[in-house]
Design a protein. Structure first.
Length: 414
């Protein structure tokens, strides 16, 4: 790969040169004798790629070709790396194909860069195709190559392919690292394969002499929570201190979700309360998990309190899903006036009324014992919900969407 010590690179970093239009930069570098050979253009393309300026790198490539320089493997590798840095998988793969058409044999940098481009573009299938192509060449896959392939599989929730790639690394006697193993665990988490995640964390990493970090734990916790294995998740969370690790916001959120799946809402909310003692700041996602736990456990008073706490802590209005969980908790408990109050707050804050909120509104209006004055106060809200139903603005239109509109219209006419 081109050395970063090329004098052209230092010149490009000077503010006066960096501000110039690209054509003017080329002219300046040519006058100074810094852009005269294919090696110089390789350094230029690589520098532009590192700066995530893939369009500039492509223009420099075309200028180089126009000057009659025949591209070699280093030039192609620099260009593909620029496309990888700019998350341009299609261009990276086109360049890799062009190399073969011009009988330029790709090297490990070319293949790895193309695979990284696929990984950043969430193109897991194409990443595996590049790996297959690399296996059939004279080029041996490297740790970087496999890491990119496994990360691409993780983003595509292809846990079997990720585990197979990790096993191949072991067979090839390539050194595993924490990032690669965590990517494979992440693939298992997305595939809800909690046993496979545990096996990677406690067996594969241990054999490789790698200590799981909090990212490893969090992915495995999430895999357990998604698979409703709340007992395993709680045990793992409680083992953090014995592993010499401290939980972060993600760890606590996963454990909260696990306790909630097991319908142990007091333990779940205790974790939320204990975050401040651990100097952790709950985020919107953490509060939403707590609200979902309250909804599933029909703890409406807790939900209302948590919604208010999230508003104060996050310094922003609650999201639609935060309101929906709280509304649903109140609705399940038959707290119709509280349900209407929350729906009115949603309307006043401009939070979209979706199918969940709309159905709760109709039911609350039908069942709440309101005085005439109070009923009139909610008439505009009912009209708003009806208008959104009629306009197709519901995010998820249920099978009873037509009934919802008719009920809202009937209530308005009463």
């Amino acid at each position: 790969s081109p050395r970063r010590g090329h004098p052209l690179v230092a010149r490009l970093q000077e503010p006066d040169v960096a501000r110039l239009p690209q054509q003017a930069r080329w002219s300046l570098l040519e006058r100074e004798g810094l852009l005269c050979s294919g090696k110089d253009y390789t350094a230029l393309i690589a520098a532009e790629g590192r700066g995530r300026a893939w369009r500039d790198a492509l223009a420099s490539w075309e200028a180089m070709r126009a000057r009659g320089f025949e591209p070699n493997v280093r030039m192609f590798s620099a260009l593909i790396s620029a496309f990888a840095a700019g998350s341009q998988p299609s261009r990276a793969l086109e360049s890799l194909q062009e190399m073969r058409l011009q009988c330029v044999e790709p090297n490990v940098v070319s293949f790895s860069a193309a695979m990284t481009a696929c990984e950043r573009g969430h193109w897991w299938q194409q990443a595996l195709e590049v790996l297959t192509l690399m296996r059939s060449s004279a080029c041996e896959p490297s740790v970087v190559t496999f890491s990119a392939a496994i990360s691409a599989c993780a983003k595509g929730a292809r846990w079997i392919a990720a585990c197979d790639a990790l096993d191949e690394m072991v067979r090839r006697r390539l050194e595993l690292n924490t990032i690669t193993c965590n990517s494979a665990i992440s693939a298992c988490e997305k595939g809800e394969q909690w046993r496979a995640a545990f096996a990677l964390m406690d067996e594969s990493m241990q054999r490789a002499g790698i200590k799981p970090d909090v990212v490893s734990i969090n992915s495995t916790l999430s895999a357990c929570a998604k698979a409703s294995q709340w007992v395993e998740a709680v045990k793992l969370f409680q083992s953090l201190s014995s592993r010499g690790l401290s939980p972060d916001v993600v760890s606590v959120s996963c454990a909260m979700r696990a306790w909630g799946k097991g319908l142990h809402w007091p333990q779940s909310l205790d974790l939320l309360i204990g975050m401040r003692t651990a100097l952790l700041t709950p985020d919107t996602g953490t509060y939403n998990i707590a609200l979902t736990v309250c909804e599933e456990s029909q703890q409406w008073e807790q939900a209302v309190g948590i919604l208010a706490a999230s508003r104060q802590a996050c310094k922003q209005r609650p999201q639609a899903n935060s309101y929906n969980a709280t509304v649903s908790a109140c609705r399940k408990a038959g707290e119709w006036e509280q349900t209407l109050k929350l729906l009115a707050d949603m309307a006043s804050e401009g939070v979209p009324v979706d199918a969940v909120a709309g159905m709760a509104l109709v039911e609350a209006l039908a069942r709440a014992r309101l005085s005439n004055a109070a009923a009139l106060a909610y008439r505009d809200l009912a009209a708003h919900a009806r208008a959104r139903c009629a306009g197709g603005a519901l995010e998820e239109r249920p099978s009873g969407g037509g009934a919802l509109q008719l009920e809202a219209e009937a209530w308005e006419r009463e």
